[in-house]
Design a protein around this ligand. Structure first.
Ligand code: SF4
Length: 408
C-alpha cells in the first residue's frame, strides 16, 4: 500500500516499528493474533491492526501539504479533518480554521470566503450542495480534497444501485459527516433513506409491508429521506450500502433482515430476489474490517481490562469500544493525559456522552494484563504515550528497549 508523508510526531518509536515488524511477517494479513509486550508486572496485548488508515494518512499528508504550499493564504478545513483531537488541534495551532462543526453547523459563513482562500475537504467527503456553494465562490476545492477513496466507493455503489432503479438504504449515523455526504451523493442517483440501526430497519419494514402510513413515515424518518420520497412507491426495490465505519455485524444483520422482509412480502424465490433486493456486499472499508477482526482476535486473550484510544466522536473507534465492553472493563480515552494516576482514569462514557473518572482501574494482581488498541484516526504516538504512562506506574517493570528487543 502507498506510504504517505506525515509529520514524525504522529509516528512512534515503539508502535510504528512493532506494526512494521508484524506487517513484514504477514503481508497477506492472515494473522490477526495480537502482539504481546510483556513488561513483567504489566503486560499488553496490542491488536494486530489499529491506527491511521489509508484515508487518514492521505488526508493528513494533503492537509500539511496545503499548509506548506500556502504560507500567505487563509486555510480552512470544511470541518474536522478526521475525528482525532490531537490532529485537529495541531492543524488549528498552525492557523487552519474550521468552517463547520462535525454536526454540519456553520462556524464561519461561506460568505466570508474568497476565491483566494484554500479550503480542505475532509476524509469523510462532503455534500454536493456544499461542493456547489464553494465552487460558486471560485475556490479550487479539488486541489486539497482529501475525500477517502473508500468513501467514494460507497457513492459509486449507491449510484450503481440507483441506475438499476433500486432505492438506496444507507446504514449510517444520520448526523455523521460521511453519511450526510453519502446521502447527498446517493439521492442524485436514487430515492434514498438512512437507517441508523436495526430498530429503524424494523420500522422501515412496516412501510415496506404497508403497515405504516406515508404520513407516519415522513414523521418517523424526518431528515433521513430524499426529497420527493414516496414510501408506497420507493420501497418496492431496495439495496443497502453503509457508512464505511459501521459495525460489520450490524450492517450484515440489517441487510439480511431487510432481504427477508422483501422475500416474505413479495413472495420471492432465489431466482426472483433481485427483482426487489439488490445483492450488495457491505461497503465497510478495509480498515474498519481489519480493525474489527483484530479486536475480535484480541478479545480471545484473557485480560483485566481494555484501553481503547481515539477521538470520542470517532465512529469506528466507538464500535471497537462496544466490542471490548461486552467482554471486560473497557476505558475509552483520548490520550495518556486521561491516565490521571495509577488509581484514577478519566474516560468517556458512551451512554451519557460524558467523561467520567473511575477509581482503581488497574487491579492489584501481578501481572496486570491489558488489551490495547485504537481506531483508524488515532496516531501511533498516542498509543505509545498511553503504554509508557501505564508502564511508569509499575516501578519494577522491564525497560521498553528490553521488551521491544524481540520485535527487531
Ligand atoms: S476509516 Fe476507512 S473510509 Fe474512513 S478514512 Fe480510513 S480508510 Fe477511509
Amino acid at each position: 500500500m502507498k506510504s504517505f508523508n506525515i509529520p514524525d510526531y504522529y509516528r512512534s518509536t515503539v508502535i510504528t516499528p512493532l506494526k512494521e515488524f508484524r506487517r513484514k511477517r504477514d503481508k497477506l494479513k492472515r494473522d490477526f493474533t495480537p502482539s504481546l509486550l510483556d513488561f513483567g508486572p504489566v503486560r499488553f496485548y496490542i491488536a494486530r491492526h489499529f491506527g491511521f488508515c489509508y484515508g487518514v494518512e492521505n488526508a493528513v499528508e494533503i492537509a500539511y501539504k496545503a499548509i506548506a504550499e500556502n504560507p500567505d493564504k487563509r486555510i480552512f478545513l470544511l470541518s474536522e479533518m478526521i475525528h482525532n483531537p490531537d490532529v485537529n488541534a495541531d492543524l488549528l495551532s498552525r492557523g487552519v480554521r474550521f468552517l463547520m462543526d462535525t454536526g454540519g453547523q456553520q462556524l464561519i459563513s461561506f460568505s466570508e470566503l474568497t476565491a483566494d482562500d484554500v479550503v480542505i475537504i475532509p476524509a469523510f467527503g462532503t455534500t454536493l450542495e456544499t461542493h456547489k456553494q464553494l465552487s460558486a465562490i471560485g475556490l479550487d476545492i479539488a486541489k486539497y480534497d482529501t475525500t477517502c477513496p473508500f468513501v467514494e466507493k460507497v457513492w459509486n455503489k449507491a449510484a450503481q444501485i440507483g441506475q438499476k432503479n433500486y432505492t438506496v438504504i444507507v446504514h449510517g449515523k444520520p448526523s455523521h459527516e460521511e453519511t450526510r455526504a453519502t446521502f447527498s451523493h446517493s439521492k442524485e442517483a436514487a430515492p434514498t433513506v438512512v437507517v441508523k440501526n436495526m430498530a429503524q430497519a424494523q420500522r422501515l419494514a412496516c412501510y415496506i409491508t404497508g403497515e405504516g402510513s406515508s404520513e407516519a413515515f415522513y414523521s418517523e424518518f424526518a431528515g433521513q429521506f430524499s426529497e420527493g420520497f414516496d414510501p408506497t412507491r420507493d420501497l418496492q426495490r431496495i439495496g443497502v450500502v453503509n457508512q464505511t465505519t459501521m459495525l460489520a455485524s450490524d450492517t450484515q444483520g440489517i441487510a439480511d433482515y431487510l432481504k427477508r422482509v422483501m422475500i416474505e412480502h413479495f413472495v420471492l424465490s432465489p431466482d426472483t430476489i433481485d427483482e426487489h433486493f439488490a445483492s450488495t456486499r457491505d461497503t465497510l472499508c478495509y480498515a474498519t474490517n481489519d480493525n474489527q477482526d483484530a479486536t475480535y482476535a484480541l478479545l480471545h486473550y484473557p485480560a483485566d481490562l481494555a484501553i481503547v484510544a481515539g477521538g470520542y466522536n470517532s465512529s469506528n473507534t466507538s464500535h471497537i469500544v462496544d466490542l471490548c465492553a461486552e467482554k471486560l472493563p473497557t476505558y475509552f480515552i483520548e490520550s495518556e493525559q486521561k491516565l490521571l494516576s495509577r488509581e484514577l482514569i478519566r474516560h468517556f462514557n458512551m451512554a451519557t456522552k460524558e467523561e467520567i473518572v473511575t477509581e482503581n482501574y488497574l487491579p492489584g494482581n501481578d501481572p496486570v494484563t491489558i488489551l490495547l488498541t485504537c481506531g483508524a484516526s488515532c496516531p501511533d504516538a498516542v498509543v505509545e504515550g498511553i503504554l509508557t504512562r501505564i508502564v511508569s506506574f509499575f516501578p519494577n517493570a522491564k525497560g521498553i528497549e528490553t521488551v521491544m528487543g524481540g520485535f527487531q
